[in-house]
Design a binder for this molecule. Structure first.
Ligand code: NAD
Length: 380
């Protein structure tokens, strides 16, 4: 029996991506996988039903859920959507279970084998499956575009008959995947760019993009190439040292994050008070609460003349390429779950497969999520 893979229309509010792209359909059908797509699933990513060539269209999520062995999603399904799935279905998506204990319970009840794409270990071999990186790169690009759009000034230097316009200064804080893309995009738009991160190794990366690295007295390297959380004293020191640089910025893009923690507060109200008239903050860390104390996730507010924009689900605002990259990440991960005949034969000894495994046979399998559950439920 060929493996049946299903792709539903995403139902999360504002979500415009779809988990499969036509190129990936052709790759999977060559392996003998049968693909079922819910009608209209690609509409908001500008993929029409007729472009899903090689896949069978089904009318709704109920019909899809009854048919398939594996389901790919961008975002987590609702509990009602999980209840429609057959017991034992395999679910792969960016599930973010740490924010959604109710979903976990339903996955357990339905004995769904679920893989969280965001849980894939960030080792070299998994780079082609890394949705955090592919979607963060898109968000970083878009953040620079948003900054240029909202700012009351040009990014590039312009020499015109009406005089010479000085370029804008853009400061990027947090130089991971999103920050690097924001730097590159702001540079391409002609801004003068400075950037800062607590990890010292970012200095070279910043300079390689033609930007200036801001160096402070604090360094905070954590586990696995990530930053660690700063102590209260370090945080204050950082805020004070950064305020002087930020007071000269036209656009500030913040992307700082520490895995498993709320976004670090790096920009207090007082720093915003010291910013230039008409300066703009694009707080990409809004999803985790924001790097700026004034950020309101999902909103654009004005503090004095400073605009603070806290966008959510930014990758979804570039749905065509975000879907293409996401779908390729899923396809690459899927290679670890199926063999050359297209049969589902996951290797649970593989650190990538086991690292991404969230639930199986009614149990929560992911160690970090088990620890979180024990903490939340008081060890029950
Ligand atoms: P992230 O989204 O967790 O954090 C974004 C950035 O914020 C990081 O660079 C972090 O150092 C920085 N940050 C945290 N606290 C800060 C603070 N108080 N002040 C200033 N900056 C702060 O990170 P990410 O973009 O997902 O990835 C982080 C690193 O991991 C990157 O260097 C990336 O290249 C690396 N990475 C490696 C692989 C791989 O080898 N497969 C895959 C993905 C990412």
């Amino acid at each position: 029996m060929p493996l049946k893979l299903g792709i539903p229309r995403e139902t999360a509010k504002g979500e415009r991506r779809v988990a499969i792209d036509p190129f990936v359909i052709s790759r999977l059908t060559k392996l003998g996988v049968e693909i079922y797509v819910e009608k209209g699933a690609g509409k908001s990513a500008l993929i029409s039903d007729s472009q899903f060539e090689g896949a069978t269209l089904v009318k709704d999520i109920k019909e899809l859920s009854e048919k398939v062995d594996i389901m790919w999603r961008v975002q987590a399904p609702t509990s009602d959507e999980i209840k429609l799935m057959r017991n034992g279905t395999v679910l792969i998506g960016t599930l973010m279970a740490h924010n959604n204990i109710a979903m976990l319970k339903t996955l357990q009840d339905k004995k769904i084998t679920s893989f969280g794409m965001e849980l894939i270990p960030r080792i070299s071999r998994a780079q082609s499956m890394d949705v955090l990186s592919s979607q963060a790169a898109i968000a970083g690009y878009k953040a620079a575009i948003m900054g240029a759009d909202i700012a009351p000034r040009f990014f590039p230097m312009l020499t015109t008959a009406a005089g010479t316009i000085r370029p804008s200064k853009v400061i990027v804080i947090g130089v991971g995947v999103a920050g690097l893309q924001a730097i590159a995009t702001a540079k391409r738009l002609g801004a003068i760019v400075e950037a800062y991160d607590v990890r010292p190794e970012t200095k070279e990366q910043i300079q390689s993009l033609g930007a200036k690295a801001i160096e402070l007295s604090i360094s905070a390297v954590g586990k696995g190439g990530y930053a660690r959380e700063l102590s209260a004293e370090e945080r204050e020191q950082q805020q004070q040292e950064l305020a002087g640089y930020i007071s000269l910025a036209d656009v500030l893009i913040t992307t700082a994050a520490v895995p498993g923690k709320p976004a670090p507060k790096i920009i207090p109200d007082s720093t915003v008070d010291g910013m230039k008239e008409g300066a703009v903050i694009i707080d990409l860390a809004a999803e985790g609460g924001g790097n700026c104390t004034l950020t309101r996730p999902g909103k654009t507010i004005t503090h004095g003349s400073v605009v603070i924009h806290g966008p959510l689900d930014v990758a979804s605002q570039v749905p065509v390429h975000a879907s293409e990259m996401y779908s390729k990440n899923l396809f690459n991960f899927m290679q670890l779950l199926i063999d050359e005949k297209g049969d589902y034969v996951p290797d649970f000894e593989d650190e990538i497969v086991i690292g991404a495994l969230l639930t199986k046979d009614g149990e929560v399998m992911h160690e970090g999520t088990v620890a979180l559950l024990n903490k939340t439920l008081g060890g029950k």
